[in-house]
Design a protein around this ligand. Structure first.
Ligand code: PLP
Ligand code: TYF
Length: 394
C-alpha cells in the first residue's frame, strides 16, 4: 500500500539542513536552521543544564509515569517564567508537550474540537510549521499583514486593520518575541492596541513564544504577552524550552491556557491532558525536569540566566557587526534593520536565486526565503558574509 503515498510537502528549513550537511567545503557557513551557536560553531549543553542533570541522575529513584499533563512543578515554574504575575495561577491550565511544536499542535487540536469553524489568523510571514499544522488539522488559515519589508519593521497599521476583520471565536496567532523569520517584534503600545482589537472582535489570542530571553531579556521578552494576558479574558500560549535552555532534542514545551475564572480552567486542563493521551499519552519528562530543577533553585537559575545573557549578547553583537559590515560593503543604510531587530533571525531582501548563489558560489547557507540565523555568524565569517551579500545584490 505504501507505494500509493504521494510525497509529503517539504520543510524549506529542514531541506537546508540536509544541503549544508552534504557540503564538503570547509569554509561553509550555516545561517539556516534556528539553532544557537557559539563563536566556535558549537551548540553546547548549557552548564546549568548539565548541573541539573547531574542532580536528577543522583536523586531520581523512579522512571515511572508521571501524569498525562506532565509534572505540576514544571507547570508552576513555566507559568512563572512566562506569565510572571500577570494573571492569578487559578486562571491558568497547563500541559507539558513534546517541544513547542507539540504545544502548537495541542492548542490547535483543542481549537479544532471547540470551534472547528474558527479561522486562524497568521502573521505574514510566519514560521512554516504554523501553516503546516493548521492545514494538517483541516483548519482555516487567514494571513494578516505583519512585516513591512521596506521599513524592516512591523506593519502595525496593516496588522491592526486586518485583525479588525476577525470574528468572535477566531484565533489570532502572535509571536511572543523574536519573530521567526523576520526578527521584527511588536512594541509595547502595539500589544495594548491588540488587546483593544480582541475586546472589539471577541477573537482569542494565541501566543507562540519560542525565544524568551533571546531578544532583550527574560522579562522584557515576555512583557507584551503579559500585558495582553492582563487585559483579555482568555488566551492560549505555546512555549518552547528548546532554545532558551538549549534542550532541542529533549523536546520540552508547554501549553498554558489562560481562562476565565470558574469551571473553565478545569475544563481546559482536562481537555489538554486528554489530547496528550490521544497522541502519546505521557509527555517526555527528562527535559521538563531539568527546566523545573533550574527554575526552582536560586543558584542554578542565576547560572542559567548568566549563560542565556551571554548568548543574547553574542547575537546582538553579531547583528551590529554585520549591519556595519553591510553598510561598508554596500555604501547604504538599507541593512540597518539587522541591528535593530531581535532574536535569531532576520529576513534579507534577497530572491531565492540569490540565496542559491550565496550557497553555490560562497558556501553561505540561508533559508530559501532569505532568512538568516545571526547566531551562525562569527567575527571571522562576518566580513566574508557581508561581501558575498553585497556581491549577489549588486
Ligand atoms: N515556534 C517557533 C516560532 C519556532 O521557531 C520554533 C522552533 O524552534 C518552535 C515554535 C518550536 O520549537 P520546538 O518544537 O523545537 O520546541
Ligand atoms: O525555525 C527554525 O529553524 C527552528 C527549528 O520543522 C525548526 O524553529 C525548523 C523546522 C521545523 C522544526 C523546527
Amino acid at each position: 500500500m505504501f507505494e500509493t503515498l504521494t510525497p509529503p510537502p517539504q520543510d524549506r528549513i529542514i531541506d537546508i539542513m540536509g544541503l549544508y550537511a552534504a557540503d564538503a567545503r570547509p569554509e561553509k557557513v550555516d545561517l539556516g536552521v534556528g539553532v544557537y551557536r557559539t563563536e566556535g560553531g558549537r551548540t553546547p549543553v548549557m552548564a546549568a543544564v548539565k548541573a541539573a542533570e547531574a542532580r536528577i541522575l543522583q536523586a531520581q529513584e523512579s522512571k515511572g509515569y508521571v501524569a498525562l499533563a506532565g509534572d505540576a512543578g514544571f507547570h508552576a515554574a513555566m507559568r512563572g517564567l512566562i506569565l510572571g504575575d500577570a494573571v492569578t495561577p487559578e486562571r491558568v491550565a497547563a500541559c507539558a508537550t513534546p517541544g513547542g511544536t507539540g504545544a502548537i499542535r495541542q492548542v490547535l487540536e483543542m481549537v479544532q474540537r471547540l470551534t472547528p469553524q474558527a479561522r486562524i489568523w497568521v502573521p505574514s510571514p510566519s514560521w512554516p510549521n504554523h501553516a503546516a499544522i493548521i492545514g494538517h488539522l483541516g483548519l482555516t488559515q487567514v494571513d494578516y499583514r505583519y512585516y513591512d519589508v521596506d521599513a524592516g519593521g512591523v506593519d502595525r497599521d496593516g496588522m491592526l486593520a486586518d485583525l479588525a476583520g476577525a470574528k468572535r471565536g477566531d484565533i489570532v496567532l502572535l509571536h511572543g518575541c523574536c519573530h521567526n523569520p523576520t526578527g521584527a517584534d511588536l512594541a509595547a503600545p502595539d500589544w495594548v492596541d491588540l488587546a483593544d482589537v480582541f475586546a472589539a472582535t471577541g477573537a482569542i489570542p494565541f501566543v507562540d513564544i519560542a525565544y524568551q530571553g533571546f531578544g532583550d531579556g527574560l522579562d522584557e521578552d515576555a512583557a507584551g504577552l503579559r500585558s495582553l494576558a492582563a487585559r483579555v479574558p482568555e488566551m492560549l500560549i505555546a512555549a518552547s524550552c528548546s532554545k532558551n535552555f538549549g534542550l532541542y532534542r529533549e523536546r520540552v514545551g508547554i501549553v498554558l491556557a489562560v481562562t476565565d475564572l470558574g469551571q473553565a480552567r478545569a475544563a481546559a486542563a482536562a481537555m489538554l491532558a486528554h489530547l496528550n493521551r490521544q497522541s502519546y499519552a505521557f509527555p517526555p519528562d527528562h527535559g521538563a525536569r531539568v527546566v523545573e530543577t533550574i527554575l526552582t533553585d536560586a543558584e542554578l537559575t542565576a547560572q542559567w540566566r548568566a549563560e542565556l545573557d551571554a548568548m543574547r549578547t553574542r547575537m546582538t553583537a553579531n547583528r551590529r557587526t554585520l549591519a556595519e559590515a553591510l553598510r561598508a560593503e554596500t555604501g547604504s543604510d538599507r541593512f540597518g534593520f539587522v541591528a535593530a531587530q531581535r532574536g535569531m533571525f532576520s529576513l534579507l531582501p534577497v530572491t531565492e536565486a540569490q540565496v542559491a548563489q550565496l550557497r553555490e558560489d560562497h558556501a553561505i547557507y540561508l533559508v530559501s526565503d532569505g532568512r538568516m540565523n545571526v547566531a551562525g555568524l562569527t567575527a571571522e565569517t562576518i566580513p566574508r558574509v557581508a561581501r558575498a551579500i553585497a556581491q549577489v545584490l549588486a
